[in-house]
Design a protein around this ligand. Sequence first.
Ligand code: FAD
Length: 366
Amino acid sequence: MTTVLISGASVAGPALALNLCGRGFDVTVVERAPALRPGGHAVDVRGVALDVADRMGILAELQAMRTRMRGMSMLDADGNELFRSEEYAASSGRLDSPDLEVLREDLTGLLHARTVAAGVEYVFDDTVTALTETAGGVRVEFQHGAPRDFDLVVGADGLHSTTRRLAFGPEEDFVHHLGVYVAVYTMENILDLDEWQVWVQAPGAGGGIYPARGNTELRVNLGFESAPIEGFHRDRDAQRKELARRYEGLGWEFPRLIEGALAAPDFYCDAMAQVKMDTWTRGRTTLLGDAGYCPSPLSGQGTSLALVGAWVLAEELGRASVPEALTAYETRMRPFAEINQALVANQPGSPEADAAITHAKFAITL
Ligand SMILES: Cc1cc2nc3c(=O)[nH]c(=O)nc-3n(C[C@H](O)[C@H](O)[C@H](O)COP(=O)(O)OP(=O)(O)OC[C@H]3O[C@@H](n4cnc5c(N)ncnc54)[C@H](O)[C@@H]3O)c2cc1C
């Protein structure tokens, strides 16, 4: 049986694991965090990713867990409403669209539960530290576990992928910063929002806030403009401090929202960035999802790309040898990844973005 190691248990990794175990592969997933990482903004499953979700057998569950916003308000930095819409929400686009918006942690929880039930092995609290090509496989060393041999290694370990660094070189060669950081976290519904989003624009900062879990909590998503900050993505204290500094002196409800950021256990902050590479494969190691072709949350397509990539890679592995499958995966996925990366030029949910997503559908065949 072909053995596969997947690094990263968020969206791309477990989606690939689910698709592979249905095709008779022996799959292990290693995740650096001690458990599935909670939190995150609502993420979108759109266009061709809906067809993939259907083929994966998770579409009905995604439909049941979708967010149900009634609309949104856009405020200025003093809390004055600039406009409101009952047809559109900035995070997900048109409310009558067939696209699905789900909380990231609900999607990862679903994929994890399905793969555990299918026999996928998960190793938490560990990370790959070295990859050595052998005849027909890869010898993998781990920070904690004993070395193991696999027929294929897939890096699904996100924007700051360790697999990419080990197989291809330093992050700076591939990650393109887009000039903005975004913090995402959960707190009490202090604004009493009822299935309603609020977006706020302030000079150099701003974000969106909406309720989740039956209006019992708020998901807060605050951004600030900044050049890349060295060593920032692993330093949660530095992220919280920087966010508080950037919002200091701003009015409206920002002070209470920043208090929430300081207390939130699921606080997450990262750069809006894209990953661009000439190839995603080196020997028997390949990259999937954000690790290989992150389009950035500004595109609204990161999760859809991860799901489609996981489907295409599994399908190709199911019908050819590992080297042939990796070539076919890249040939099919690259135009679709590139067209989605180009979406950052459009406001998510705008007619231009909707048209581009429809166009993107034809950049891949399932
Ligand atoms: C906690 C969290 C919150 C997020 N919030 C948002 C959000 O609000 N909005 C948005 O658009 N996108 C968000 N994302 C990113 C979004 O999930 C991805 O853009 C998209 O779904 C593609 O997923 P991915 O699986 O390729 O990468 P990611 O979702 O980034 O997952 C990568 C996974 O790999 C793990 N990992 C990293 N390094 C290693 C290592 N060395 N060894 C093993 N495992 C490793 C990470 O812990 C993570 O579980 C978030 C990601 C995370 C992890």
